[in-house]
Design a protein around this ligand. Structure first.
Ligand code: SF4
Length: 662
């Protein structure tokens, strides 16, 4: 056996590390943190897509309806030239850059550096589609937009409240931490809109009506406040906003919440008391909370619940569980249109000028750039003419993707940097072949803010290049200062200089460790990251879904992730073991609904919303009446609603739909 190389799993934000044999490309689990010898099926088969015969071989340029192969020199020179021409004609904001939650910290850092030195804050990544509502709510309440505690704290808490999140399917290895808590006697409470795999491990299973999360959270707080179960000292010394919260939750009696959510009032009371009396607790949530027009408010409600009980620091943690392996890193590196690296606002002149000086210029643009989800309007109305996409696939991942595809066709310049001929790449004028995760070196940050180094296992295939090398060539060709890196480690060292807690750390230390937490393991232990050090309790009211079921479209359509698949399927659908494991995708529906429509398990059906229709086989089973549950990896976003919440995330989880047997 050759020497095993340690890499970061290219899939979910849990951040397992894999040991890969360079000769056989076989994967085994890393024995240390964070996965301690465990992997889910995706991690175990993570190298299969790397070996796919579909990998892009060399740079391609559009020539009418064909793509023809060109050299790297020609590709980079022409792309840079065309970007500069657009800037000359229409200004820097006529170009937008899409970073990726799948590429390394260094690569996200370089792309946002290119965007900002080019003169625009039009830099975003698909964190916008998942947890941006969490970032906004966390910034508003505790002052920092990230998970507060490490995974290792979960088994020590006496209660784990899992809300709109199905870790048994989406982050299987985190279940090990939750089950360790359960074995210690912790109460596991799961809130969701259907019976999930995670509920099999729950002490309390609360199946609520879609879009009624705030009514339930407010009712739990109503009970906690009425019965004086909250942490009075914590509230008085470390928070503001309690009286407003008390007033706002007054009307949310358990009886009222029962009518709204469908959960019996007695259960709401019992769960509120159990969580409050546990003495410590984690709150973990996923996209079941964020992907709603009231996504920010939903997250605020569960944060309020934790703060009310003082569940922060040693006594609790807030866990917005990230979907992709570097979604946390992409955001921390500044690949968001409203933040500089470290979630620092663009308006923070001192920090902005510090970054500018590190990059060899006087200042950087200050106007917020476009959110990823605002791009399509801007392309349609002609404001944005050029789009540079690294490792993203908006033609499949965006809500109402028919409209997005139309916008992509309108661009004067679309450049796609990726591993495969993705659906988005089909619209591109230039396609640049990128190397896969195990063909390059770099660092990634998992959901708990642990930065980990991923080592190169093998050489890049064909004529592909690591994304950071491509971006370095592009930066130079654009004439931007500071793109003379001799190694990826020099980029790492540069981003380390932006964060006070990393200034004294070295890249070597990172490479030889189980990771470094940014800025430290636990946040807010003594004071919050707000200007006065106090957390804000922000009272919220239930926000109605943008589109309600009616006589024409009587069902609610929601989307979910499957254990064997990942995002738009470009990687996992090229992994034969995972395809075998999952079989054919199906739409899950309620037995009674199916019977009424004459649909049997396995029948072909057509699902339709106001945006389009798709065909799929039905799975008749455990779904609440009126709900259709669709895996999002395939064509689901042809149907989903692009109504946005305050953080710019579409309402993927709630669309009015109808369905018929074919
Ligand atoms: Fe990879 Fe997530 Fe599975 Fe771990 S749990 S192996 S990080 S997909």
């Amino acid at each position: 056996m050759s020497e095993l190389k340690t890499v970061v799993c290219p899939y979910c934000g849990f951040g397992c590390r894999l040991l890969v044999d360079p000769r056989s490309m076989r994967v085994s689990p890393h024995k240390g943190a964070p996965n301690y010898g465990k992997l889910c099926p995706k991690g175990l088969h993570a190298t299969e897509f790397v070996l796919s015969g579909d990998r892009l071989k060399r740079p391609l340029k559009r020539d009418g309806n064909r793509m023809k192969a060109i050299s790297w020199g020609q590709a980079i020179e022409e792309v840079a030239q065309k970007l500069l021409e657009i800037r000359e004609l229409y200004g820097p904001d006529a170009v937008a850059f899409l970073a990726s939650s799948k590429v390394s910290n260094e690569e996200n850092y370089l792309l946002q550096k290119i965007a900002r030195l080019f003169g625009t804050n039009n830099i975003d990544n698909c964190a916008r589609l998942c947890h941006e509502a969490s970032v906004h709510a966390l910034k508003m309440t505790v002052g920092a937009g990230a998970q507060t505690n490490p995974y290792e704290d979960i088994p020590n808490f006496n209660a784990v409240l899992i809300w709109g999140y199905n870790p048994a399917e989406t982050h299987p290895v985190v279940m090990d931490y939750i089950l360790r808590a359960k074995r210690r006697g912790a109460k596991i409470i799961v809130v969701d809109i259907r019976e999930t795999r995670t509920m099999a491990f729950a002490d309390y299973k609360l199946v609520i009506r879609p879009g009624t999360d705030i009514a339930l959270a407010n009712a739990m707080m109503h009970v906690i406040i009425k019965e004086e179960l909250y942490d009075e000292e914590f509230i008085a010394s470390r928070t503001v906003g309690f009286s407003e919260l008390r007033m706002a939750t007054k009307k949310y009696t358990p009886k009222y919440a029962e009518r709204v959510t469908g959960v019996p009032a007695g259960t709401i009371e019992e769960v509120a008391r159990t969580f409050a009396l546990a003495g410590s607790g984690a709150v973990m949530w996923g996209m079941g909370l964020t992907q709603h027009v009231g996504g920010v408010e939903n997250v605020l409600a569960v944060i309020d619940l934790a703060l009310l009980l003082g569940y922060i620091g040693e006594r609790g943690g807030l866990y917005p569980m990230r979907g992709q392996n570097n979604v946390q890193g992409a955001a921390y590196m500044g690949a968001l249109s409203e933040f500089l690296p470290g979630y620092i606002p663009l308006t923070d002149e001192r920090f902005r000028k510090r970054v500018a000086s590190l990059w060899g210029v006087d200042d950087l643009p200050t106007e917020r750039g476009l959110y990823l989800t605002e791009l399509w309007d801007a392309i349609e109305d002609g404001t944005v003419k050029g789009l540079y996409v690294v490792g993203e696939n908006p033609a499949v991942s965006e809500a109402d993707f028919t409209r997005v595809r139309g916008a992509l066709r309108k661009l004067d310049l679309l450049v796609v940097q990726d591993l495969f001929m993705t659906r988005t790449a089909r619209y591109a004028h230039y396609i640049l072949p990128a190397s896969a995760f195990c063909e390059k070196e770099g660092s990634y940050m998992n959901s708990e803010r642990r930065i980990q180094w991923s080592h190169r296992v093998c050489e890049p295939v064909h004529d592909s290049k690591p994304d950071w090398e491509i971006l370095m060539m592009l930066g130079k060709a654009l004439g931007l200062p500071g793109f003379d890196y001799r190694s990826v480690e020099e980029v790492t060292a540069e981003y380390f200089r932006l964060f006070p807690s990393l200034e004294e750390r070295s890249v070597e230390e990172l490479k030889n460790s189980d990771g470094i937490f940014l800025p430290r393991k636990r946040l807010h232990t003594w004071e919050f990251s707000t200007p006065d050090g106090k957390a804000r309790l922000v009272a919220v009211e239930q926000v109605a879904p943008w589109e309600k079921p009616d006589a024409e479209y009587p069902f609610i359509l929601t989307t979910v992730r499957l254990i064997s698949h990942y995002n738009t399927g470009e990687m996992t659908l090229r992994s034969p073991s995972l395809v075998r494991l999952m079989g054919e995708p199906r739409v899950l529906m309620n037995e009674g609904d199916a019977e009424k429509l004459g649909i049997a398990d396995g029948d072909w059906v057509e699902i339709e919303t106001r945006r389009g229709r798709i065909r799929m086989r039905a799975k008749v089973g455990k779904a609440p009446k009126g709900l259709l549950v669709l895996p999002f990896h395939f064509k689901a976003n042809k149907l989903t609603s692009d109504a946005l919440n305050k953080a710019g995330t579409p309402e993927f989880k709630f669309s009015a739909a109808r369905l018929r047997k074919l």
